[in-house]
Write a new protein. Structure first.
Length: 119
């Protein structure tokens, strides 16, 4: 699949609102509020707070999610989902730290989400 140009969205993604990008990365210049959802076939960049749901890598392998402030309800990359309530590695990011999230092969050969604190 050939990657399409980046889609830019300026403004906040409110509860009940969905913003998506088909075939290319999605860049949000604003926050994703609780109940809001952003979807991309590729990477997602949020230049604001990510409190809602972010689903990246819907068709492009090795996609990533970047957020200036991370407090997400749910994140997904390539079909691997997690919530911070699951007690996963992203729990330490809850409360506003910047984050990068990507898929990495786990110890048992299954893909798992890896969180990196950017602050």
């Amino acid at each position: 699949m050939q990657q399409k140009p980046t889609k830019f969205y300026r403004g906040h993604v409110r509860s009940g609102q969905q913003v998506s990008s088909s075939g290319g990365p999605l860049v949000i210049f604003g926050s994703v509020h609780s109940g809001g959802e952003v979807l991309s076939d590729s990477d997602i960049h949020v230049y604001g707070k990510l409190k809602g749901r972010a689903l990246a890598g819907l068709s492009v392998p090795n996609s990533r999610i970047y957020a200036q402030e991370f407090d997400a309800e749910l994140v997904c990359i390539g079909g691997v989902f997690t919530t911070l309530e699951d007690g996963g590695v992203g729990v330490g990011l809850k409360g506003g730290a910047g984050a990068m999230i990507f898929l990495e092969e786990g110890e048992e050969g299954e893909d798992e989400l890896t969180f990196i604190n950017l602050k």
